[in-house]
Every structure is written in structure tokens, then in C-alpha cells.
Design a binder for this molecule. Structure first.
Ligand code: FAD
Length: 466
């Protein structure tokens, strides 16, 4: 058989699997139906963060006088914002393609379908070909979940992929969904000048994160002018004279939200379109393809990784699944721990979390301790002019760090000290005895850890009883 591994899908899951397989000596062919880099590079992580940067600059311009600089006026050129975004994507796409070449991975463009457990049928460019492999890795990602709302297919309602290519900044926008995608777009368009309203079914936005953090973020977003309706369900969408009306039901009864644009961001679901999983009897349901710890399906030699498994739909988990699957195929035993996956939200300020939330610690009936430290007491945050937010750390009764939650500047970078602490089972003492440079944002992490022992230096001691 020509290939050791055939990978279906060139997103972060698929291309990491292909490269790791090749590093271990496998002959690999990767099949991609659209663009290398998948959702993450083309329609997800990277384009949103390119837009986020433009929005961040506007955000800073709004209070630029605080830095002693006056800017009389500025204007936003959407076509240049789009050009910058596309150039970043192009550069990264070229990088992935050259890595494929350098690792001698054959890339075939077309839609793959499973013919049998060793054969993929690829249709593309008007031709069909069969590609055989000893092992197959399915990495076909996810697609937008369409909620059951009357009028949801009305022309002009956008999903994230379409909104990313906006040509003009809408005056007002309704975002259906208060998860990461909805809240990131709400923050970007709010900074760009749109009047944004978010509705979510859940009692809080970003319902999987620690509520100490999400409550503060919700208050901060409201202060910036984003209206948020929690516990509210969109029932019907109508379009009249080019404007949308979203009819919703919530705590305050029925509301009607009128806007120029509607973004559907109610979640994503695994995508198996056209794969014919049933041809080889792969077990799956709406939640995803069923896999074991090595990401092997019930069919020996056929693996599934990333969003298509429905597990923590994030690019970095997809990549690690891919590496694990390729290593197991090549005889290297490895597995990743799903409890220790950092997640980040690019809002103003950023959020990040890893490990248990306080609610999860409570629900698991363990004895735990928490400590919080505000960025307002950190010199570097003040010099940046970004002192909003806090670090919250949870430890267990063995003094091990079990949860880290951050709202503040560079939270998405700071979270990795917490990720390492949890995955290496570090204790409070280990961090407390590690010197953190001054003046840095990382000092907030050390101070929060010291707070677990009541020893934070830049925090007023809590009053002792008696
Ligand atoms: P994908 O990246 O979806 O790749 C799947 C690939 O398979 C695609 O290229 C597709 O064309 C191809 N394919 C599908 N079917 C076939 C077939 N039959 N034959 C051949 N090829 C096929 N995650 C983060 O970690 N950080 C973020 O900041 C972030 N931001 C996001 C923002 C948005 C707006 C969205 C939508 C998602 C974001 N995500 C983010 C999630 C992230 O994009 C996904 O978790 C990640 O892309 C999943 O990787 P994957 O390899 O499993 O699938």
C-alpha cells in the first residue's frame, strides 16, 4: 500500500497529524477539499485576530489622550483592514504548504469519501481518484449550528465566515449567541463603531468560563455600549426594507431587536458531510465521531481528530489530537489530558481560563482555596494603561493549582504559566518560590499564588477574625 497514513482535512488537526506522521517516517497523503489551514486559518482564529488587532487600535485611539497624545481625527478603511487580514492568511497558508513539501507530504485537493477502511475516494477538479492507506485520519472539522428559529434562513443573515469579509461597518448588529465567537465579533464591531446587541439562551455569556470573570466582562462590555440579553431565546427573524427584526423571549418578556445585520453564532457541530461514515461502520452521533484515548474509532486503523470528534472545539486541541493519533499509528504511545486545555477569548480586555472553574471545584466536593489579584495593583498593567481585570487561582487541599482564570491584558499569553502549573501538578510553593521579573504582567500570577497563603505583597491583608 502506497501510504501509511491518509489524512482527510488540512485544518490544524489534519496538518499537524500529517507533519508528525512524516517526522516519524510515515508516507502521508493529505486530502483537502477547500483550503490548507482549514477553518482556523481561513475563517476562524487567524482572521478574527487580525480584525481584533485593528479593533484594538481603535479602542486605544478612543482614549489616546490619556497617553499624552492627541489625534485630531482618524478614519477606518475597511478595504485595508481586509487586505491586511488576507495577507496574513496568505503568508500562513504558504508556510503550511511549504511545510507539506519539506516533509514530503503529498497534498491532493478534492472532497474525500470513505470507500472502505483503507481507501478514500477523492472527487475534485472534475476527476475521481482512489487513495489507499494503511491508516486513515478523519480531520474534517465542524460547521455552524443553525438554531431552530423561524426565518433563520432569511437572505442576508450572516454566519461568522461571511461576516469576516464585511465591506462596510454596520450601524447596528444583533448577535445571536453569547459564546466565544459571538462575544469576539460583538467586541470587534463595538470597537469599530457598530451598536451591538447580544442575545444568549444561557444565564451568562461565555457560560463555560468562571463566573467571577464572565460577570465582570459582561459589566465591562455593557459599559462600552454592548447590550446583552441573557436567558433570552430568539424565536423569529423577519426582514423588512433591508432591516432585520429579531423577536426574542426572555426574562423581560418579549423583545424585538431591530438591526442592519444579524450574526448567527449559536455554536458549531461536527461535520461529516459526504464522508459516508456508514460505508465502513464508524460509530458517530450528532455530537461527533466516537474515539478512544488514541483517537482511534471503533474501526481499527481509522482515526478521528479535532472538531469532528466534538471534543473541546479549539485549534490547539485539534493539533494535539493530530499529533497523538499520528504517534499512536507510528508506535509511539501518547495521549493528551483534556482537562488541561487553555481557552482564550479575545475581547477588551482578553479572557483566558484553564483547569477547573470555581463552580466545577464546588460541584466535585473537594476542599479548595481561591485567591484573586487585581491588575490595578500591577505596575506594568498601569504603564500599559490596561489595568482592568484580575487573576483568579484555585488550589486544592494538597496545595496544587487546579484552576486559573484571567481577565486582563495579554490574558491569552499569561494563561500558559497556569497551564504548565496544572499539567505539571505544581504546588503553591513551587510558584511562590519562582522569581517573576519586574515590572511584568506575570507578577500578577505570582501575587495571586502568594494570596493563596495570605502572603500577597501588593494586596491589603484580609481582616483576621477575633
Ligand atoms: P478545521 O479547521 O475545520 O479543518 C477541517 C478541514 O477539513 C477544512 O479545511 C475542510 O475544508 C476539510 N474537509 C472537510 N470535509 C472534507 C472532505 N470530505 N474531504 C477533504 N477535506 C475536507 N479556535 C481556537 O483555538 N482559537 C481561536 O481563536 C478560534 N477562533 C475561532 C473563530 C471562529 C470565527 C471560528 C468559526 C472558530 C474559531 N476557533 C478558534 C475554532 C477553530 O477554528 C477550530 O477548533 C479548528 O479549526 C478545528 O480544527 P480541525 O482541524 O478539527 O478542523
Amino acid at each position: 500500500m502506497k501510504n501509511d497514513i491518509v489524512v482527510l482535512g488540512g485544518g490544524p488537526g489534519g496538518y499537524h497529524a500529517a507533519i508528525r506522521g512524516a517526522q516519524l517516517g510515515a508516507k502521508v497523503t493529505l486530502v483537502e477539499k477547500e483550503k490548507m489551514g482549514g477553518t482556523c486559518l481561513n475563517w476562524g482564529c487567524i482572521p478574527t485576530k487580525a480584525l481584533y488587532k485593528s479593533a484594538e487600535i481603535i479602542h486605544t485611539l478612543k482614549h489616546i489622550d490619556e497617553y499624552g497624545i492627541s489625534v485630531d481625527d482618524y478614519s477606518v478603511d475597511v478595504s485595508k483592514i481586509q487586505e491586511r487580514k488576507q495577507n496574513i492568511i496568505k503568508q500562513l497558508e504558504a508556510g503550511i504548504k511549504s511545510l507539506m513539501k519539506a516533509n514530503k507530504i503529498e497534498v491532493v485537493y478534492g472532497a474525500g469519501q470513505l470507500k472502505d477502511k483503507n481507501t478514500v475516494l477523492v472527487k475534485g477538479d472534475g476527476k475521481e481518484q482512489e487513495i489507499e492507506g494503511k491508516n486513515i485520519i478523519i480531520a474534517t472539522g465542524s460547521k455552524v449550528l443553525i438554531p431552530p428559529i423561524a426565518g433563520v434562513d432569511t437572505e442576508g443573515i450572516l454566519k461568522s465566515k461571511e461576516l469576516l469579509n464585511f465591506k462596510a461597518i454596520p450601524k447596528c448588529m444583533t448577535v445571536i449567541g453569547g459564546g466565544v465567537v459571538g462575544i469576539e465579533f460583538a467586541s470587534i464591531f463595538n470597537a469599530l463603531g457598530s451598536k451591538v446587541t447580544v442575545i444568549t439562551l444561557f444565564p451568562t455569556i461565555l457560560e463555560r468560563m468562571d463566573t467571577d470573570i464572565t460577570k465582570r466582562l459582561a459589566a465591562s462590555l455593557k459599559k462600552k455600549g454592548i447590550a446583552i440579553h441573557t436567558g433570552t431565546s430568539a424565536e423569529k427573524i423577519e426582514k423588512k426594507d433591508g432591516r432585520f427584526a429579531v423577536f426574542a423571549k426572555g426574562k423581560k418578556g418579549e423583545i424585538v431587536l431591530e438591526s442592519e445585520q444579524v450574526l448567527l453564532a449559536a455554536g458549531r457541530k461536527p461535520s461529516f458531510d459526504g464522508l459516508s461514515l456508514e460505508n465502513i461502520g464508524i460509530e458517530y452521533d450528532e455530537q461527533g465521531i466516537k474515539v478512544n484515548h488514541q483517537y482511534e474509532t471503533n474501526v481499527a486503523g481509522v482515526y478521528a481528530i479535532g472538531d469532528v470528534t466534538g471534543k473541546t472545539m479549539l485549534a490547539h486541541t485539534a493539533s494535539h489530537h493530530g499529533i497523538t493519533a499520528a504517534e499512536n499509528i507510528m508506535g509511539v504511545k501518547s495521549k493528551i489530558d483534556h482537562d488541561i486545555v487553555p481557552n482564550c477569548v479575545f475581547t477588551f480586555p482578553e479572557l483566558a481560563g484553564v483547569g477547573l472553574t470555581e463552580q466545577e471545584a464546588k460541584d466535585s466536593n473537594i476542599h479548595y482555596n481561591t485567591s484573586k489579584f487585581m491588575f490595578g495593583a500591577n505596575g506594568k498593567a498601569l504603564t500599559l494603561g490596561e489595568a482592568e481585570g484580575l487573576v483568579k487561582i484555585i488550589s486544592d487541599d494538597k496545595d496544587e493549582i487546579i484552576g486559573v482564570h484571567i481577565m486582563g491584558p495579554h490574558a491569552s499569553d499569561l494563561i500558559h504559566e497556569g497551564t504548565l502549573a496544572i499539567s505539571a501538578k505544581l504546588k503553591v510553593e513551587d510558584i511562590a518560590n519562582t522569581i517573576h521579573a519586574h515590572p511584568t504582567l506575570s507578577e500578577t500570577f505570582a501575587e495571586t499564588v502568594l494570596g493563596l497563603k495570605g502572603e500577597a505583597i501588593h494586596a491589603v491583608p484580609s481582616r483576621k477574625k477575633g
